[in-house]
Design a protein around this ligand. Structure first.
Ligand SMILES: Cc1ncc(COP(=O)(O)O)c(C=O)c1O
Length: 508
């Protein structure tokens, strides 16, 4: 540990017992924050923080050589393999002294190229370049997605599956090709196992009502975790009320990681289903999904993984995980709003009853009975968000070109940097310090309301979320009603973190 630095990151501050090596590494990894502060106070900028959008700072991530990288990886606990997906050790690199964003290579692209792909990142907000740190709420869209959706409306627009004309064939091809892209992206076996819905919320309601509710009797149990977003609590409560089932909750420890020994104890003969998040939207905790799934299966119970906060940040392979259901929203993975995905194992989707009735989900209708269509159509009643599904396909292609394992490593590195810098801010408490953590940097600042912090950040063009983040139980568990929540994504740069930290320091 560097003891001369009064704001040195400490194990206590990080809430990580026995993390001396991590601490030392974090303290040695990054340059001093005061570098690059160029502006002076003015009436519009009382703290003198507005800097030229092209930063003067140069940034050198920690990975310098293969040997050092291997040593760093061992110490900061970056998994080298996630559910069977290899995480590369060398595809993220930067040359010390060269221009920052150009020199950071994330798989197939440089950070500068990636940032250029997102037109909205050039937007100026309150006289400053936008710093988008509200990725947990929604991500921005790259030009490739925007163009693909425009192309769809200009050249392919039609309803799908019906009609003998050319445009119906084009739109059906585009829509079904997007389904296949999703299948490939999450490692599913069959395209029919991919159902397009509006988003994670609708996805969970679908699984709850179509698959779980018909199996429930009074006294049956559904297990969720304390980390859940309301979208993975309320649908289960609704079907519990209808059936007389009860909800049981996996607790977490003081870092925000699930206590697996307690999870195991929750299972009884009455347990009918488990639904757990992959990444907490408040704490950033990456839950041990492989183990959660394996334990559920050992007890003969099916499990849904809420991937809303994981799929854009962590390589996911539902087959390697052996997930029964995996759900996510397009808008949190650089795709349009109004589109999301239920992945379900074929036999489970076939066993489930339809969720919505109407056109497209039927094979034959008389007034006496309806024969339902096969999956996936059985769950896609009516006209869906066709262009948005096509946009989702484009977003996933975009990520695949860069490489999800590289995205994961880059964000991990940026998160380490941000945690280190934020922990040095007097009066700032990070909420959620699990060793396995992704993307989320929730915090409280002594003496200031979350809204005050959010507003001052916005006045410098920095977008973060404040409030309860639709996850009141977990915040209350930590003694809070709300927090300030910056969340990272692929295109965030060290300069974004620096801009955040500079403004936060003005509260001291
Ligand atoms: C973990 C988690 N689950 C579910 C949701 C709901 O997603 P949507 O609003 O896209 O349906 C969110 C949204 O923030 C989330 O973070």
């Amino acid at each position: 540990m560097i003891t001369t630095d009064p704001f040195a990151i400490t194990e206590e501050a990080l809430g990580i017992p026995g993390a001396a090596e991590l601490t030392a590494l974090a303290n040695s990894m990054f340059p001093d924050l005061t570098e690059g502060l160029t502006a002076s106070p003015s009436a519009e900028d009382p703290f003198g923080l507005t800097v030229d959008p092209v930063s003067t700072r140069s940034y050198a991530p920690s990975v310098q050589s293969k040997t050092e990288a291997a040593e760093a990886d061992r110490r900061i606990d970056v998994p080298t393999s996630l559910s069977g997906v290899d995480v590369p050790q060398s595809d993220i690199s930067s040359e010390k002294g060269t221009s920052r964003d150009d020199s950071i290579r994330i798989g197939g692209k440089t950070l500068a190229q990636i940032r250029n792909d997102f037109p909205i990142l050039s937007e100026r907000i309150n006289g400053n370049q936008l710093v988008w740190l509200d990725n947990g709420a929604t991500t921005q869209r790259p030009r490739q997605v925007i163009d693909r959706v425009s192309y769809y409306y200009e050249h392919e627009n039609s309803n799908v599956h019906r009609g003998a004309h050319t445009l119906a064939a084009r739109s059906t091809d585009a829509y079904e090709s997007a389904r296949d892209t999703v299948r490939n992206f999450i490692g599913a076996t069959l395209s029919e196992e991919i159902i397009f819905v509006r988003g994670t919320t609708e996805a969970i309601n679908l699984v709850a009502n179509a698959y779980v509710l018909p199996q429930l009797s009074p006294g049956d149990e559904i297990i969720v975790s304390i980390l859940e977003h309301h979208a993975n609590i309320v649908p289960w409560q609704l079907i519990a009320q209808q059936s007389g089932a009860v909800i049981k909750v996996i607790p977490c420890d003081e870092t925000g990681q699930l206590i697996m020994s307690e999870y195991e104890k929750l299972f009884t003969k009455q347990t009918k289903f488990v639904a757990v998040t992959h990444v907490s939207n408040v704490l950033g905790t990456v839950t041990p999904v492989e183990e959660l799934i394996a334990v559920a299966h050992r007890h003969g119970v099916r499990i849904l993984i809420d991937g809303a906060q994981s799929v854009a940040h962590i390589p996911v392979n539902v087959s390697a995980l052996d997930a029964d259901f995996f759900v996510f929203s397009g808008h949190k993975i650089f795709a349009p709003t109004g589109i999301g995905v239920v992945y379900g194992k074929r036999e489970l989707l076939e066993a489930a009853r339809p969720y919505h009735g109407g056109g497209n989900m039927i094979a034959d209708v008389t007034f006496e009975r309806t024969i339902y269509n096969d999956i996936p159509n059985k769950f896609e009643a009516g006209t869906g968000s066709i262009a948005d599904a096509v946009g989702l396909g484009a977003a996933l292609d975009y990520l695949s070109e860069i490489g999800m394992p590289c995205v994961y490593r880059w964000e991990h590195e940026l998160l380490q940097y941000a945690m280190k810098e934020m922990t040095r801010i007097p009066g700032l408490t990070l909420i959620g310090t699990a060793l396995n953590k992704a993307s989320v940097l929730s915090f409280k600042l002594d003496g200031y309301s979350d809204e005050e912090v959010g507003k001052r950040l916005d006045s410098y063009g920095i977008a973060v979320r404040t409030g309860h983040h639709c996850a009141q139980p977990v915040l209350r568990h930590f003694g809070y009603e709300g927090s300030v929540r910056p969340t990272l994504a692929l295109y965030n740069s060290p300069d974004d973190v620096d801009a955040l930290v500079r403004v936060l320091r003005t509260f001291a």
